[in-house]
Design a protein around this ligand. Structure first.
Ligand code: C5P
Length: 231
C-alpha cells in the first residue's frame, strides 16, 4: 500500500506577527492557526496522515490542541521542529512511515489554503512530477535595492511567481533534496531543484496567503467569518 502524508512546519516564532507567542498558536476567531491548517489538510481525501513540526517547547501543548480540536480518525504525529523551516521539515520527514511515497509540505502559516489545492498538487505528483508548487503572479512592481538603499533598477515581473504551499513531492526526491542541502532554502522546491529535480508550478490560491504580519490576521479573521456565514 502506498499513501500520501502531509508535513506541517509550525515551529516558527512569529516575530513579525509581534504577538509574543509562536505563530502556529496564534488564535484566529478563537482557534489556533495550526488547527485551521490541520483541518484543511485532514479534509483533503488524499492525505492519510499528518506530521507536525511544533515549536520545540510546545510539543505537548500541540498534542493537547490536536486532541482537543480534531476528532479525526487520521493520525496526527507531533515532533519538535528545528531552528529553521528546513530543519523543521527534515524533523517531520524523519517520522514518516515506510509506506508513504508522496509528501505534501504545507506551512501552518498558510492555514486557509483550500483542500482542493492539496488535491491538485498531489495528483500532479502521482501523475509523474517530482515536485509541484502553487504560484501566483506578482502584483507589486519589484525593484532591486543596494545595501545603501539606492535603487538598482526594476525587475520584469512577467515571469515571476509568488510561491505558496501546499507543495507536493515524490518522497524519494524530497528526501534526496534534504540530504544534499547545503544552504537554508525558504522552501522545499528549491532543495529539489538544487539536485536537478524538475519543479512544476500550478496556479495558486489567494486563500493560501501566509499569515506573517499583523494585517494578515485581519484578513484571516474576515475570511473565517465569511466562510462561517456561507457555510
Ligand atoms: O518564517 P516563515 O513565515 O517563512 O515560516 C514559514 C513556515 O515555516 C511557518 O509555518 C513556520 O511556523 C515554519 N517554521 C518552522 N520552523 C522554523 C521556522 C519556521 O517550522 N524554525
Amino acid at each position: 500500500v502506498v499513501s500520501t502524508a502531509a508535513l506541517v512546519p509550525a515551529a516558527g516564532r512569529g516575530d513579525r506577527l509581534g504577538a509574543g507567542i509562536p505563530k502556529a498558536l496564534q488564535p484566529v476567531c478563537g482557534v489556533p492557526l495550526l488547527v485551521h491548517a490541520l483541518r484543511a489538510l485532514l479534509a483533503a481525501p488524499s492525505v492519510a496522515l499528518v506530521a507536525v513540526a511544533a515549536p520545540p517547547g510546545d510539543v505537548q501543548r500541540v498534542r493537547d490542541l490536536v486532541a482537543a480540536h480534531l476528532g479525526d480518525p487520521k493520525p496526527v504525529l507531533v515532533v519538535a521542529g528545528g531552528p529553521s523551516r528546513q530543519a523543521s521539515v527534515a524533523a517531520a520527514l524523519g517520522v514518516l512511515p515506510a509506506d508513504v511515497d508522496v509528501v505534501v509540505v504545507h506551512d501552518a502559516a498558510r492555514a486557509f489554503a483550500p483542500a482542493d489545492l492539496v488535491e491538485t498538487v498531489v495528483a500532479a505528483v502521482r501523475a509523474g512530477a517530482d515536485a509541484v508548487v502553487p504560484g501566483l503572479p506578482v502584483t507589486d512592481t519589484i525593484r532591486r535595492v543596494g545595501l545603501d538603499g539606492r535603487g538598482l533598477g526594476t525587475v520584469d515581473r512577467a515571469d515571476l511567481r509568488s510561491v505558496q504551499t501546499p507543495q507536493a513531492f515524490s518522497r524519494s526526491v524530497l528526501e534526496a533534496g534534504h540530504a544534499a542541502a547545503v544552504d537554508e532554502e525558504t522552501d522545499d522546491a528549491a532543495l529539489v531543484e538544487r539536485i536537478g529535480g524538475r519543479v512544476v508550478v500550478v496556479v495558486g490560491s489567494d486563500e493560501a496567503f501566509k499569515v506573517t504580519r499583523p494585517i494578515d490576521l485581519v484578513l484571516a479573521e474576515a475570511l473565517v467569518r465569511q466562510r462561517q456565514e456561507t457555510g
